[in-house]
Write a new protein. Sequence first.
Length: 846
Amino acid sequence: MPQETQANKTTRDERFDPHSFETKWYERWQQDPSLYRAEPTSTKPKYYVLEMLPYPSGALHMGHVRNYAIGDALARYMWMNGYNVLHPMGWDSFGLPAENAAISNNTPPREWTLRNIANMKAQMKRLGFAYDWSREVTTCFPEYYRWNQWFFLKMYERGLAYRKKSRVNWCPKCATVLANEQVVDGCCWRHEDTPVEQRELEQWFLRTTNYSEELLRDLDKLPNWPERVVTMQRNWIGRSEGALVDFKLEGPAGPAGSTITVFTTRVDTIYGATSVQLAPEHPLVADLAAGNADLSAKVSQMMAEQRKAKEVGDIGEIEKHGVDTGRFAINPYNGEKVPIWVANYILMDYGTGAIMSVPAHDERDHEFAKKYGLPIQQVNQPRAASEPVDVQKAAVTTTDGVVINSGPFTGLSCEEAITRMAEYAETYGFGKPTVTYRLKDWGVSRQRYWGTPIPMLYCEKDGIVPVPEKDLPVILPDNVEITLSGGSPLARVPEFLNTTCPKCGGPARRETDTMDTFVDSSWYFYRYADARNDRAPFESKIIGYWFPIDQYIGGVEHAILHLIYSRFWTKVMRDMGLVQNDEPVQRLFTQGMVIKDGAKMSKSLGNVVTPDEMIARYGADAARLYSLFAAPPDRDLDWQDTGIEGIQRFLGRVYRFVARHASATRVAASHETGQAPSLPPEARAIQRKLHQTIKRVSDDFQGRWHFNTCIAAIMELVNELYAVEDKIDTMAGPLLAEVQRDLVLLLAPFAPYLAHELWEMLGEGENLLRAPWPKYDPALAKEEEIEIPVQINGKLRSRIVVPADSDHTFVRERALADEKVKAAIAGKQVVRVIPVPGKLINIVVK
RNA sequence: GCCGGGAUGGCGGAACUGGCAGACGCAGCGGACUCAAAAUCCGCCGGUACUUGGUACCUUGGGGGUUCGACUCCCCCUCCCGGCACCA
């Protein structure tokens, strides 16, 4: 054995070559496809960890690597802790970039997409991510999208899918319609410099608004979602409580009827209403303007103005103006006649498109009334008025007040009046309490080729006819000419377009729009649980076992779009009896972006770092470990090329240390004796550090996920091992063996290649993924002596070393006896001594 | 305007419940090894002042406060990032 130690010393400067062993393990892992498979049933507890599936754009970027490194570390940790882990991966593979590539490279979208998938899958494998590929989901395959179509039919049956003509967002670059969620600052979410146009089109919608209330309420069931995601969804749903009140039109009524229903959150101020304001697009406006050329012209001008403002995204900035229609409406509470105006700041798509204008108690109404000389009438007196209020000067908008000049409601508090007056309206049939939402139905039609065909037919005789379930899937044809003009490419494929009506057997044509790709990603994670089912999207019993997802990890950019649609889809499936869970995701983690030199990586800035070059230079482990080490995972990560070199150095230090002492460990392991005899102090220090490190890493996995500090802790352990390495041979063998094994286990979730290599080097035959996570012993982690800082009047003046379990009296005596302390308090009076057990002592002197 | 999040050395970041500010890493400086370089190993590394060791003072975006003690709590302000917004 001494000779062997000698031999090891000679390998001290052995080069650390991650590529040789990463290649070796990569090949071994490819040979065993069952390695990361989840067990269909198990006595172990289940754990479903999921990273957001990528769009197959061509190659992974560092943001992907970071996302998957977090998920992979967690999956490996859970495996080592004895869980039945489901850790799948798939491809969100429908979408526009494939069509754009088809146009620019003359490559069919399918071919382009599948090539990208192959490339990215190879990258993932090379990075060592532990996915259960037997459950791979590719959304552009008929075996997947047929279930999109199936769900669509089920929603149609339940009245949740419907077709209507409406004003929709249109991106001229995508040549298709966008959902409200896909419009960012008035521009397309894909083309941030392209303003969205408004077009009138016949479209398919899903009734997300049926679930507005539940989508909002159930946010309370998600305590383990990031606060900001919950807030963003809450804002997006935009619940507002108020009342509907009917104002009767005075004089002749047109086709739009004789009632103007207004929505208000402040019905308590209705006695102060001095006009009614309509949105230019309000149906009644056409009636009122009929035969009035001047009014018609002004109204169409306002419509144009609103549309333009909406496109540019600065609705809210435009100057308020309006026009008096010359007609009147009756306030149902007091019978008063108020003029009806049309105003450019009233939006048809919020509330009812009509408001009552109360200039005394609303700032916008006040501004408007001032401009046009409309009367301002106070009906609300604030309680805590420091100076006399003058509603002619400024609106009083507080709800902390008392209702005045309001007939039978005079004297009520605002809050009470809001309730009582709405009830009153309901009793007398001219209104009711109500709730409105900002959330709109989800427009899912896209005038594009590379997506799921919407399974609907149009028959001249029978109208809209759903494709019978037995005829699914409606296959997306190949060889379609793709252009970005002239509407849906599928409309130019006669073989696809023309079919027969299943009801009457007569000629029918197919719907040529495809589904928004967010449909694909709204339920893909259910498919993973039962990915090869060809009779149903999945078996409910299997969903019952795996759901909800224990941990979902992805970018915060999906906080609204994908995550609200997924929640909606789950609730619909639950109401269909397919799943039992109300929510798909138990815990959500949103990781920060990877940036470089303070900016998002982009080709135009030339600051792109690719995983391939990082693997080539430093290896997969280093790329993964650095993406976890450089910043806490929830924050943005500023990529520094020199930073990853430090990680590579660290991995080399680990490798060399274990390599140098592996044989000693193997020998020790072969005649393990159980509890070591009392250790020499240096060995005890190492043991203590080891157990402290195990605690820190384990705790972080349970709670904060600050993997940057976990890795720092492991670095500290390795630094300590190096500091005593010269003496390590004289230390007890079993301890060295324990340290080496545990060090490798601690690194296994973060740097799997290195960990596997060293595990084998230590003579461990067992699969590392199934090796038990090390346990720490609090007694062994505990310090025997601690250093106590001594403060005088809150300033650090000295430090003393005392046994860890010293009581206060002892610490106090030692502190007061300290030379530096004595000098500092000489001639002064000790007023108080404040102990912080185990932490610090502060002496207050005068 | 409203709602979140953030600002700490030359840089990325640490300090978890009010208790040693700057862990760990990068960059930098010095040393060992080497003919030399790379690699590796060891040491130093917030600022200012003074006689080196050392000691004192300053320092967590700015200003005030609470406290024996504040990166951490409270009030005011500045800047940055994200969401919502004529929402009635």
